[in-house]
Design a protein around this ligand. Structure first.
Ligand SMILES: Cc1ncc(COP(=O)(O)O)c(C=O)c1O
Ligand SMILES: [Zn+2]
Length: 364
C-alpha cells in the first residue's frame, strides 16, 4: 500500500503515522499493490458487513466493526434502485467511512480523535470510537437539532457547538484542538474514502457484477461520490466488472451548491458558498476540501452537477419516502428531485439503470 496526492501527485511510500494530508494540504489516495493478488472476484460470501470486500481494503489485525454495510438495494422500477443506507448501525452511510477510519486510527496508535460534523458523521465517529476505546471530540454547528446532540452524547463523545455550518465548527475546532488529537475531518485522512468505496462494490455485486448507467448522489463533502468512483475504477482494472463506467451525478440544494456552481462555470475547484442554508443538513458544506477531486470525478465519468430548488425539498423527500417506505432525511429528497429533473432534461433515459441513495435516517 502507498499513498498519492489527489492534486499534486506526490507519492508517499511510508508516510508519518497516523496518515493524514499531503504536504501540499490536499487529500491523499490509498493505492494498493494488487499484482498477483486480486484478479478474479474475491469476496467473503458469508460476511454480511463491508468486510465482505476485505481483499480490496487495507490489511489490519483488529477491525472495529458494528456490522456496517451490506444494505438493501431497493428496486423502485425495472431499472431504478434506491440504496437504503439508513439501516447502517448509527442510521447513516457515514458508518462505512468511520469503520475504516477508526479501525486504521486504532491500528496506528491514535488515542484521541476530533472532527467537525454536519451531524451524522459525528454520531458515527462517536459510536466507532466508543467501540475502539478512543476518545472522541465532535464539533457541531449551533444550529444542529437536539436529536443529533443526544445521539452523539449517547456514545460518550465530547461535544462542542460553534457557528452556523460545518465550516464554522471546523474553524473553531482548529483554533481549539490539542496537538495530539487526530483530525479525521472529511478527506483529511485517506481511509474514510476506503470505507465509502464499499458502496460501489456492493452496488456492482447487487446488480450481478454490473455497473449501473448512472449514479445520482447527494453531495456534501463528496466522500461517497469519490469513494464509489474509486471502487468502479478498481473493479474495472481488476476485471471484476466489464462495460462502461457509470456517469456520476452530484446533486445539491440551491441553498448550498458550490460543486454545481464550479461545474457550470467549468472551474477546476469549488469556491466557498456564502450564507448557505438547506434542510438537507449533510449537504450544508459550503467549502468542501475535496472540491477539485469531486469535479475531476464528474468530468472523468461524463457526469454532471445539478442543484434543485430548496423549496421543493420537503415535498420531494416525502415522495421518495412514500415510494420506498424508507424514513429518510432530506438529502434523499435532493437526489429524488435531481433524478426527476435529469429525466425531464433527457440527460437520463427511461431505459438506463440508475442508482439513487437514501443516505441517512430522519432523526427529528
Ligand atoms: C445524510 C447525509 N447524506 C449525504 C451527506 C454528504 O456526504 P458526502 O460528504 O459523502 O458528500 C451527508 C454528510 O454529512 C449526510 O449526513
Ligand atoms: Zn499534494
Amino acid at each position: 500500500m502507498n499513498f498519492s496526492c489527489s492534486v499534486c501527485n506526490n507519492i508517499y511510500d511510508s508516510p508519518k503515522v497516523p496518515i493524514w494530508l499531503c504536504g501540499c494540504g490536499k487529500p491523499l489516495v490509498v493505492n494498493y499493490n494488487w499484482e498477483n493478488k486480486v484478479k478474479s472476484i474475491d469476496i467473503i460470501e458469508d460476511e454480511l458487513s463491508l468486510w465482505r470486500y476485505k481483499s480490496v481494503l487495507p490489511e489490519v489485525e483488529t477491525k472495529i466493526s458494528l456490522g456496517e454495510g451490506h444494505t438493501p438495494l431497493i428496486p423502485i422500477s425495472k431499472n431504478v434502485y434506491v440504496k437504503d443506507e439508513t439501516v447502517n448501525p448509527t442510521g447513516s452511510f457515514k458508518d462505512r467511512g468511520m469503520a475504516l477510519a477508526v479501525t486504521m486510527a486504532k491500528a496506528q496508535g491514535v488515542k484521541t480523535i476530533c472532527l467537525p460534523s454536519a451531524g451524522n458523521a459525528g454520531i458515527s465517529a462517536a459510536a466507532y470510537c466508543e467501540a475502539a476505546e478512543i476518545e472522541c471530540n465532535v464539533f457541531l454547528p449551533e444550529t444542529i437539532p437536539e436529536a443529533f446532540k443526544k445521539e452523539t452524547e449517547k456514545y460518550s463523545a465530547n461535544l462542542t457547538l460553534s457557528g452556523n455550518t460545518i465550516s464554522d465548527a471546523a474553524k473553531y475546532m482548529l483554533n481549539n484542538k490539542e496537538d495530539e488529537w487526530f483530525d479525521i475531518s472529511t478527506l483529511k485522512e485517506p481511509f474514510r474514502v476506503e470505507g465509502k468505496k464499499t458502496l460501489g462494490y456492493e452496488i456492482a455485486e447487487q446488480l450481478g457484477w454490473k455497473f449501473p448507467d448512472v449514479v445520482v448522489y447527494e453531495t456534501g463533502g463528496g466522500t461517497g461520490l469519490i469513494g464509489m468512483w474509486k471502487a468502479f475504477q478498481e473493479m474495472q482494472g481488476m476485471g471484476w466488472v466489464k462495460g462502461t463506467l457509470p456517469r456520476m451525478v452530484a446533486a445539491q440544494s440551491d441553498g448550498c451548491a458550490p460543486v454545481v456552481k464550479a461545474f457550470q462555470e467549468m472551474k477546476k475547484d469549488t469556491e466557498f458558498w456564502e450564507n448557505s442554508h438547506t434542510i438537507a443538513l449533510g449537504l450544508n458544506v459550503p467549502g468542501p476540501l475535496g472540491g477539485k477531486w469531486i469535479l475531476d470525478v464528474l468530468s472523468q465519468s461524463n457526469g454532471i452537477a445539478i442543484s434543485i430548488p430548496e423549496e421543493d425539498l420537503l415535498a420531494s423527500t416525502k415522495d421518495m419516502n412514500d415510494i420506498t417506505g424508507i424514513n429518510s432525511s432530506a438529502e434523499a429528497g435532493v437526489v429524488w428531485s435531481a433524478y426527476n429533473t435529469l429525466l425531464k432534461m433527457d440527460w437520463i433515459s427511461n431505459q438506463e439503470s440508475v442508482v439513487l441513495f437514501a443516505t441517512g435516517i430522519e432523526r427529528c
